[in-house]
Write a protein that binds this ligand. Sequence first.
Ligand code: KG4
Ligand code: ZN
Length: 354
Amino acid sequence: MQHRSERALEGRGEAGPCRILAIETSCDETSVAVVENGRRILSNVVSSQVETHRKFGGVVPEVASRKHVETMTVMIEEAVRESGFTLRDMTAIAVTQGPGLVGALLVGLVAAKALALTLNKPLIGVHHIAGHIYANRLVAELEYPLLALVVSGGHTELVYMEAEGKFHIIGHTRDDAAGEAYDKVARALGLPYPGGPFIDKLAMSGEAEPLALPRVWLEADSYDFSFSGLKSAVLAAVNTAAMKGEPLPAAAVARGFQDSVVEVLTEKALRAAKQFGACQLLLCGGVAANRGLRSALESRCAAAGVPLIVPPLSLCTDNAAMIAAAAYVKWQHGQLAGLDLQAEPMLSLEDWSV
Ligand code: KG4
Ligand code: ZN
């Protein structure tokens, strides 16, 4: 339950810096951070479970929850120690409320509630995607209206923001997320999980001509995406070639796939930036690490005169500093959570707006 708190409103401004301790456990990274005034990172510790899940070829939810439980206390201690402050010096406790794996989210929520209750600090529930977007505020001053291209393992969205904390989803994937498609194509090529970085490397190696693959534009005016048809086209081409005994070079497949994904993402993002008069384009989520996507966006944005903001890789992948950055917006608006805050695996970004 979100409610306005007079205490929060009074606590802003004169009372000194707002120091938020944030917890992120929505998927397979356990992370705790301390961030001052929504932009100064005092600590941001991340424990990745990727090695654990790799042998299963993807994230196993029960294993993820268990790992979060095992790591949580140590991560909180580490983040507080690194910040140079103590738990008592924190202004508020923030936590990812959703979307994500319900069991994983619950571990973070229980830890955050325990801290808020025992320290008598306000609690702030945060939307994971708002966190990915506000990761950009850790590296740049945001200017509205802006457009955010969110590309991660679980999400692909174009988000328009006319003002701070106001989210409008103008386009989203109708099936697979971009990162998910990368990981599935990588698996078909026998590459390790998560396969995005491996496909990227192969695609950029210049070792082969790209496999010809379709671009999925959907309706002419749509900002939605679809990657499952492209993924099926890749799998069909790979299987057919293998059956003929003439396997396709992995670099050709990777380059063809990446060219298609990058072209569609870039084209739609630039069209939307123009239509909505965006002052900035923010690139957010794990797929923002993709070199092909970055360089295509850099040149298109430069040509269109739209500043492109891309956080460093450590802030693009799941981390708690981005959750603290988004929590600060809620804090400024006095929108705090009660101790009855629930994990919401399908939490809506638009509903989370201030
Ligand atoms: O944002 P993130 O860390 O986790 C989610 O919230 O989903 O994104 C992880 C995704 C994975 O699918 C991974 O394969 C993809 O980001 N990824 C990449 C690259 N680096 C990570 N995809 C394409 N190219 C990359 N260089
Ligand atoms: Zn994420």
